[in-house]
Design a protein around this ligand. Structure first.
Ligand code: NAD
Length: 340
């Protein structure tokens, strides 16, 4: 356990068990140098306890990097509730989790993640105020999409010399909450859209409403385009798929797009600009963090616009150092987190 904490530079790990509700929860607090730890709560089944702890630690670390480069006074944390095979009262389980959060006195703030919903956050909110993404707080996805839009403009400027989206060819993989909202914004700006989704209904909607060109799932990554925007699942960029890409830049919402850190160097080697995923997709985090602090929409929107500026800064460093933007982003985040 401590070896895992040491290698991730994790500050604290909290465990709770509540037999009355079946709660088995882990809260990993990675780094609070910039502020209280904020990060989602997963509610999933795990093969064993160690996998759950490992997941919480890995994800908490990622949140620290994301919050630091988003310019938030917020640290990184993550919670995992191990989903029991049967639960009698889901609301009571999440209320018990709320009491666990309350016992940490504001060092960790929770949010929606895989397997949880705003309704679960509402249950947590009955026990603690250290919770975001409740029903009242609203869906962060449109704000994530706004951040991606600003990041696509920065990427087009850096690689193609103009941030005018009129006529820009953008291939979007995944038209979910973020991908579809992004498609709407790009279409309004005159971009040409090439889209795929596992759900043919989503594709049909984009074709009918936005004039998008449908592309099959197998062909999407190899579609000739200016910007490839992965907005489905993570791990889409690996040694094989990087070789197939026919885009000038990759700039999308999916978390953990690179199958391994080395893939960033392969993209760089092919002359494809890569927008580090945790920088470009930080709009949702910015929304929930600032909303939790009571900020109004204009202030939140102004903060979202900084995503593009941060990427421009990262691209300039990367070009000067002849390194991948992903490596530059990690270095910048570590300087903020550890003062190195
Ligand atoms: P979502 O579940 O609403 O949508 C994902 C969509 O991608 C679905 O329609 C799914 O059918 C499609 N998809 C999955 N794999 C695909 C594939 N191989 N080819 C084509 N389509 C595929 O999720 P979302 O909220 O839109 O999030 C999208 C991504 O962005 C996820 O990786 C998520 O972790 C990340 N992200 C989301 C937010 C947010 O605010 N929602 C914030 C940061 C990061």
């Amino acid at each position: 356990m401590f070896a895992m904490m040491e290698s991730a530079r994790l500050e604290a790990l909290h465990l709770a068990h509540d037999p009355a509700t079946g709660l088995k929860a882990i809260i990993a607090i990675h780094n609070t140098r910039l502020g209280p730890a904020l990060g989602g709560c997963r509610y999933l089944a795990y093969p064993d306890d160690e996998s759950a702890v490992r997941d919480a630690i890995r994800l908490a670390q990622g949140m620290s990097y994301k919050a630091a480069l988003a310019g938030l006074e917020q640290g990184g944390g993550k919670a995992v509730i191990i989903r029991p095979p049967h639960v009698d009262n889901r609301g009571a389980l999440f209320e018990a989790f709320g009491r666990m959060i309350e016992s940490l006195k504001g060092r960790y703030i929770t949010a929606v993640d895989s397997g949880t919903s705003s309704a679960d956050m509402d249950c947590i909110a009955q026990q603690t105020q250290h919770v975001t993404s409740t029903t009242a707080a609203g869906d962060p996805s449109p704000h994530t999409a706004m951040g991606i839009y600003s990041g696509i403009r920065a990427s087009a400027l850096a690689r193609l010399g103009s941030d005018d989206l009129d006529g820009l060819r953008v291939a979007i993989q995944g038209l979910g909450n973020v991908g579809f909202a992004l498609a709407e914004q790009l279409s309004a700006a005159g971009a040409l859209l090439y889209v795929s989704d596992l759900d043919p209904g989503r594709v049909q909607l984009a074709v009918e409403q936005l004039g998008a060109h449908p592309v099959s799932g197998e062909e999407l990554l190899a579609t000739p385009c200016d910007i490839l925007a992965p907005c489905g699942l993570g791990g889409v960029l690996n040694a094989q798929t990087v070789g197939e890409l026919r885009c000038a830049a990759v700039a999308g919402a999916a978390n953990n797009q690179l199958a391994s850190a080395e893939v960033a160097d392969e993209l760089e080697g092919r002359g494809i600009l890569y927008a580090p995923d945790y920088v470009i997709n930080s709009g949702g985090l910015i929304y929930v963090a600032l909303k939790h602090r009571g900020e109004e929409l204009p202030a939140i929107t102004a903060h979202l616009a900084r995503i593009g500026r941060r990427l421009t800064e990262i691209y300039a460093h990367a070009q000067a150092d002849k390194r991948s933007p992903a490596r530059v982003a990690d270095d910048l985040a570590e300087r903020l987190l550890y003062g190195a």
